[in-house]
Design a protein around this ligand. Structure first.
Ligand code: NAI
Ligand code: MG
Length: 497
């Protein structure tokens, strides 16, 4: 992990324009177009970003194809690939202040969250996969007959990677780590809301000595740059993190070229508190579960199920800590919560708050905007929520918690699973048997017991049901970037001529 300590002050980076990164060159968009990226804390423009579209994706795919088909990257010693990934991590750690500030400027998250959470996790992920580079191997298989049969694990080729804006640096690491270790080359499209740190990381990758064309970055919009990646026959695989709606479009468009797909999508994760739980720990877990990255987490614990007998006392704790949460300037070190990422997200969340009130839930705390500038929203808790309400069913992706009551365990499991999502869940109890039983019965890719939002690069992450398919992180996270080749060799001695 990067060794980082909280900063007391952080300079706001000065950056006015950016270019595309294609084949090791920094170039303007072929159309000459740019778009503006906005500081969500001030609503002011930060920089003009070169806007890639189909023509730029074409060039990026050509560069990535060349680097894969003829370049050194998939052919070099695996250990050398690992060393280059480690060198990229060294450079990230050396620039952690600048990167953290840039991330906070573009995304709005508190600068100490960038420094102490996002960047250390990103470095951990990249180093974890650097360690895998020389440990990817096949097996020998005892088939019938006089044969030597073995498998080779080979890189899948050019990976198209489309990422969202909620944890930009971390998403780059989750995508680049396994792809680079496997020997793939990359065409990445960062989210239009937050392109800046991805471009900076590409510069560091170049400085680290990762060969030209291995990593290409084309900022732009989804229906243009993103769709061009999805449709391009020169791309072998697409890894996507974002909304289910966009995943459906991608799946349809990728079918023409039968691309391999991995999806990491949304959630409506149940966070379940039994009456015997450690109240203080569970309340802290409920707080972090919903408010981390102000709810802009695919695994946000947005449905808080509380056992009847402790409901009121527990809700009081959560309401109290919500009221105390410090919302404000991401560059103020005392800030715990910054703005939502953009106006679209702000409006969507405020719409859900209105829907919650309209449908009869009770807003116990929050529910409003903070200040008149920037996309800040109060930490918000709804009680008296019914399972059928929009705020109990749909992903809000904001600091809005829906509290539901339960008494019977079987009924609780049914309700917790009654969602098309299945990304994460948590259970709080001191009863060991119950903890494991509930963990087994919840249909979710990750279940936390007496903790929440514990991430580790070694632990696979991904969704059941409509929360996606494929896994990221851990050994499983390599699979989508590898093909398995079976080689069968006859061991019969050559017959005479
Ligand atoms: P989105 O799914 O539209 O955007 C994510 C990425 O996909 C961005 O890079 C975007 O440019 C790209 N994209 C959009 N349309 C595309 C297309 N047709 N082809 C290829 N790429 C495309 O998500 P958006 O609009 O930013 O957020 C909407 C909702 O999605 C959020 O409110 C939240 O509920 C959910 N979401 C979930 C995330 C997660 O971590 N699972 C991350 C971001 C959003
Ligand atoms: Mg969208």
């Amino acid at each position: 992990m990067a060794t980082a300590t909280p900063v007391r002050t952080a300079a706001r980076p000065q950056i006015r324009q950016t270019q595309l990164f294609i084949g090791g060159q920094w170039v303007p968009a072929r159309s000459g177009k740019t778009f503006v990226t906005i500081n969500p804390a001030t609503e002011e423009p930060i920089a003009d970003v070169a806007e890639g579209d189909a023509a730029d994706v074409e060039a990026a795919v050509r560069a990535a194809r060349e680097a894969f088909d003829n370049g050194p990257w998939p052919r070099m010693d695996a250990r050398a690939r690992g060393r280059l990934i480690h060198r990229l991590c060294d450079l990230i750690e050396a620039e952690i202040d600048e990167l953290a500030a840039l991330e906070s400027l573009d995304n709005g998250k508190p600068v100490n969250d960038s420094r102490l959470i996002d960047i250390p996790l990103a470095v951990q992920c990249l180093r974890y996969y650097a360690g895998w580079a020389d440990k990817i191997h096949g097996s020998t298989i005892p088939i019938d007959g006089n044969y030597l049969c073995y498998t080779r694990r080979e890189p899948v080729g050019v990976a198209g990677q489309i990422i969202p804006w909620n944890v930009p640096i971390l998403m780059v690491a989750w995508k680049w780590g396994p792809a680079l270790a496997a020997g793939c080359t990359i065409v990445m499209k960062p989210a239009e809301q937050t392109p800046l740190t991805c471009l900076r990381l590409a510069r560091l990758a170049q400085k680290a000595g990762i060969p030209d064309g291995v990593i290409n970055v084309v900022p732009g919009y989804g229906p243009t740059a993103g769709a061009s990646i999805v449709k391009h026959p020169g791309i072998d695989k697409v890894a996507f993190t974002g909304s289910g709606e966009t995943a459906q479009i991608i799946m349809r468009q990728a079918s023409d070229t039968l691309k391999r797909l991995t999806f990491e999508l949304g959630g409506k994760s149940p966070n379940i508190v039994f009456a015997d739980a450690d109240m203080a720990a569970a309340a802290a877990g409920a707080h972090v579960g919903i408010y981390l990255n102000p709810g802009q987490c695919c695994c946000a614990g947005s449905r808080l199920f509380v056992e009847d007998s402790i409901h009121d006392a527990f809700v009081e704790r959560v309401v109290e800590s919500s009221r105390k949460r410090r919302v404000g300037d991401p560059f103020d070190p005392a800030t715990e919560q910054g703005p939502q990422v953009d106006k679209a997200q702000f409006d969507k969340i405020m719409g859900y708050i209105e829907a919650g009130k309209r449908e009869g839930a009770r807003c116990a705390v929050g529910g409003g905007r903070v200040g008149a500038r920037g996309y800040f929203i109060e930490p918000t808790v709804f009680t008296h929520v019914e399972d059928g309400m929009a705020i109990a069913r749909e992903e809000i992706f904001g600091p809005v918690l829906s509290v539901l009551r339960f008494s019977d365990v079987d009924d609780l499991i049914r309700r917790a699973n009654a969602t098309s999502f299945g990304l994460a869940a948590a259970v709080w109890t001191r009863d060991v048997a119950r903890a494991h039983d509930v963990a087994r019965r919840l249909r979710a890719g990750t279940v936390w017991v007496n903790c929440y939002d514990v991430f580790d690069a070694a632990a696979p992450f991904g969704g059941f049901k409509q929360s996606g398919f494929g896994r990221e992180l851990g050994e499983r996270g390599l699979d989508p970037y590898l093909e398995s080749k079976t080689v069968t060799v006859s061991l019969d001695p050559p017959r005479g001529r």
